[in-house]
Design a protein around this ligand. Structure first.
Ligand SMILES: C[S@@+](CC[C@H](N)C(=O)[O-])C[C@H]1O[C@@H](n2cnc3c(N)ncnc32)[C@H](O)[C@@H]1O
Length: 305
């Protein structure tokens, strides 16, 4: 490297620092800044991540959604409070933080989370239209905002029983408070999904935002385990963020939030590793194609979703 190159790099670094200071001063990026800010993050070398975080440290705290992810007040990324805020498009109205939250909520990854809630609601509404007293099991239920919305919006929602599994007591308590008015229809179970043993059979076993944290061997283990908990005409639906997630690097750099992203063929391979007949397996996605859904039926049937 010659001395001219060093000058060029220092100029670039200075320009980035000035841009970041400008963003911090005005409470975060506005729409016209999104492309430049995202490009800086996407092109960051791994060795420069700590230094970058240092430059934006005034927003890496629980006052912003980005910072909430980074600080991890419950010990893991994507906790129930953050996920619930994504669903509600919650924004800190304090002008120091507001644009950072708007930036976060406008990322494709956040839209994909909201889309998976809509996917769940559509799924359950179809289920109750064809099944009396439908039984649903949710693995990694978090805030259960999806359940709340479904039960609030669908008059036939009282024709369903939902069992929630989450290993975080705080998530269970939050979901209980949120769904208080549906007491009797929901059971809350604080337990690790890897250890839960069911004495019931379910029409739908749903899991969103959980398997992205598991290695393939745990993913396979859970399919094998829970396929035995399905009714004969039941179905298991498991979401996983795609390798095409455009928000990947923003999540990793800004919020220290890492997922095991997977392709459609990864999901088919995992189902095959779990000894599921390929005719019973399909992969669906929400409109952005970021959240994939591995769908496994217990038995061959005429099922349109
Ligand atoms: C990202 S949140 C997703 C919440 C919800 N399913 C949704 O999509 O809105 C993941 C949840 O899974 C829970 N979780 C993580 N690992 C778990 C495990 N091994 N067993 C049970 N719950 C788990 C976490 O506590 C958290 O509440």
């Amino acid at each position: 490297m010659n001395s001219n190159q060093i000058v060029v790099e220092n100029d670039q670094e200075r320009e980035v620092s000035e841009f970041l200071n400008y963003l911090i001063e005005k409470g975060g990026p506005e729409f016209q800044d999104y492309e430049k800010f995202t490009s800086i993050v996407n092109n960051l070398e791994p060795a420069d991540v700590d230094n970058f975080r240092q430059k934006i440290k005034t927003i890496l705290n629980e006052n912003t959604l980005i910072g909430h992810g980074f600080v991890k007040p419950f010990g893991y990324p994507g906790d129930f409070t953050l996920i619930d805020k994504i669903y509600r498009f919650d924004i800190n109205q304090d002008s120091i933080y507001k644009n950072w939250d708007l930036f976060f909520q406008n990322q494709p990854g956040a839209y994909a989370v909201r889309n998976r809630k809509d996917f769940f609601i559509e799924y359950c509404s179809k289920l109750i239209s064809k099944k009396e007293n439908a039984k649903v099991l949710i693995l990694g239920s978090g805030p259960a905002s999806d359940v709340y919305e479904f039960l609030s919006d669908f008059s036939g929602g009282n024709n369903i029983n939902i069992d929630l599994i989450d290993f975080d007591q705080s998530a269970i308590e939050f979901s209980m408070r949120k769904n208080e008015k549906f007491n009797g229809q929901i059971s809350y179970n604080k337990i690790n999904a890897l250890r839960f043993n069911s004495y019931k059979l379910y029409d739908l076993i749903w899991s969103a935002g959980l398997f992205d944290y598991f290695k393939d061997k745990h993913f396979t283990f859970l399919i094998r385990k829970y396929i035995n908990c399905l009714e004969e005409d039941g179905e298991m639906v498991i979401s996983n963020f795609s390798t095409k997630n455009p928000t990947k690097r923003l999540m990793e750099v800004l919020s220290d939030w890492y997922l095991n992203l997977r392709t459609e063929s990864d999901l088919y391979r995992i189902a095959s590793d779990a000894n599921i007949n390929k005719e019973l397996v399909s992969v669906d996605k929400e409109p952005l194609g970021i959240n994939l859904f591995l769908k496994i039926r217990k038995k061959q049937q005429n099922y349109d979703k």
